[in-house]
Design a binder for this molecule. Structure first.
Ligand code: SF4
Ligand code: SF4
Ligand code: FES
Length: 235
């Protein structure tokens, strides 16, 4: 089948304004939108810029806006766009570097800010720090995060308040706040207890809707809010 694409093009070094460029790709219904992008790049227009790596929903690098909603191009099938034009745009909120490639440095800075690593007390054990099955189950959903930024780019609060941590860093914060091996729970909750932290979330649920790993993002943020109230005796 033939699929019509309308793809956002902008090279800030050359172009004064963004534009959309049309392409037609012949593809099998079970191929992915990423396969079509590769075919455009390899067979029609080598100047098209986008990121990709694993091709299997693991690396998170091919996140983009597909027909108005943030998603991974490797997780969208051609058959689902039969009879419709496919409009590809870069992730919103972030600065465009070229075409579908955005600058995710501000996103990763916020993830770094929540200290996304285990901070244990005492001297390091000889082997790994073990965790019980029940404790591990609490983290089962959030550890699926691949840092694709679909959630944060879609969050209306993030687009209005650049200081808001945003959903993905909050998901990573959850992962360490509720890790029973971590020794910084109160300090972590203090950091999240602000209008730019967990309280910045106003329950739009857009993050949850777009997450390609089906993580209950908003529910996790609300769980952090309750933990702040419980542990820090707020509210
Ligand atoms: S639920 Fe919270 S974090 Fe998610 S999109 Fe809405 S405001 Fe943003
Ligand atoms: S929570 Fe989901 S949408 Fe957000 S960065 Fe992680 S995998 Fe991507
Ligand atoms: S290319 Fe790695 S998630 Fe899509």
């Amino acid at each position: 089948m033939d699929l019509q694409f309308k793809i956002f093009r902008f090279d800030p070094d050359v172009d004064s304004e963004p534009r959309f460029q049309d392409y037609t790709v012949t593809a099998d219904p079970w191929e992915r939108i990423l396969d079509c992008l590769n075919r455009i790049k390899w067979e029609q227009d080598g100047t098209l810029g986008y990121r990709m790596s694993c091709g299997h929903g693991v690396c998170g690098s091919d996140a983009m806006k597909i027909n108005g909603r943030c998603a991974l191009a490797c997780q969208r099938l051609v058959k689902d766009y039969q009879g419709t034009e496919v409009i590809l745009e870069p992730l919103p909120t972030y600065k465009v570097i070229k075409d579908l490639i955005v600058d995710l440095d501000p996103f990763f800075e916020k993830v770094k800010a929540i200290r996304p690593y285990l901070i244990g007390s005492g001297s390091a054990p000889e082997k790994e720090r073990l965790q019980g099955h029940e404790d591990n189950l609490k983290l089962n959903e959030v550890i699926r995060c691949i840092l694709c930024a679909c959630c944060t780019a879609s969050c209306p609060v993030t687009s209005e308040n650049e200081k808001f941590l945003g959903p993905a860093p909050l998901v990573w914060a959850f992962r360490y706040v509720f890790d029973t091996r971590d020794d910084q729970t109160s300090e972590r909750l203090e950091q999240l207890d602000s209008p730019d932290g967990a309280w910045g979330c106003v329950n739009h649920f857009e993050c949850t809707r777009v997450c390609p790993k089906e993580i209950p993002v908003t529910k996790s943020i609300n769980t952090i809010k309750r933990e702040i109230q419980k542990v820090l005796k707020r509210g």
